[in-house]
Write a protein that binds this ligand. Sequence first.
Ligand code: CP
Ligand code: NVA
Length: 302
Amino acid sequence: MPTDFLAIPDFTREELDGLFVLAERMRSGEYTAKPLAGKSLAMIFMKSSTRTRVSFEVGTYQLGGHALFLSPRDVQLGRGEPIADTARVLSRYVDGIMIRTFAHQDIEELAKYADVPVINGLTDLLHPCQVLADLLTVRQHLGSVTDKKYAWIGDGNNMANSWINAAYRFGFDLDLACPEGYEPADHLLARAQKVAKVRVVRDPMEAAKGAHVISTDVWASMGQEQEQKDRERAFAGFTVSPKLMGAADKKAIFLHCLPAHRGEEVAAEVIDGPQSCVWDEAENRLHIQKAIMAALMGGEKV
Ligand code: CP
Ligand code: NVA
């Protein structure tokens, strides 16, 4: 079991399967233990959040623990206190730290200096809790994750990179349709391509063809708001439309980490339509993160 969860490959395939099973027991109500009784989670948010904040806070409470919401307006980190010092100090008070921040290097620095588990709640590079929730949704709706073909449509961002890491761990086929200049991280792509069929293509139809899971995300991520107009031009033709869904497998599901922009990266008919699983996907954030916290902070065996 790793001490931190910064990226999907931090866990072995067996550990990830164990986390899914534990999360499913939590979702069904069968799991009632309180492994975080008397424990606290510090939640540092350098960017906005609805799902991550609420699911971690509620999840900690449901496991018997207590969560603290720390924004840059409230903590000295926002006024330039070094991340290493923040890590050392928080480790004297709390039993785990969840952080959402910009540079991935910052979370690595935090994990290096913290004596308690650090969990990645999104960086510019990765969003691993979200993709594990997405895979839990695939298990819920399609039964298993490994024998599926996955399509990513749009920006080669933190979500796309985490899908690549998931393909690396599980060995599934993944096609990413990204416009030129918006490709995912080369080093993650190269590593995954050694063990799985992972391709970057230009045509969304080519990626969607025969896929069991179609995913997308906003065209401009947090911190890129000023690029919105340029990105709208670059991503023209990359909307997940009913026609694109029609190229996928008949039973294909649509996933989006949310928040979504209807009419941009996804048509309203798709996200609000019968193939969309986005609300289960959002709910699954709670279950998988509880499983991760129980394992890393609560000594639960997976
Ligand atoms: N999907 C996700 O991480 O949502 P929030 O930004 O609301 O946390
Ligand atoms: N790629 C998006 C995901 C939001 C949950 C962002 O980083 O803003």
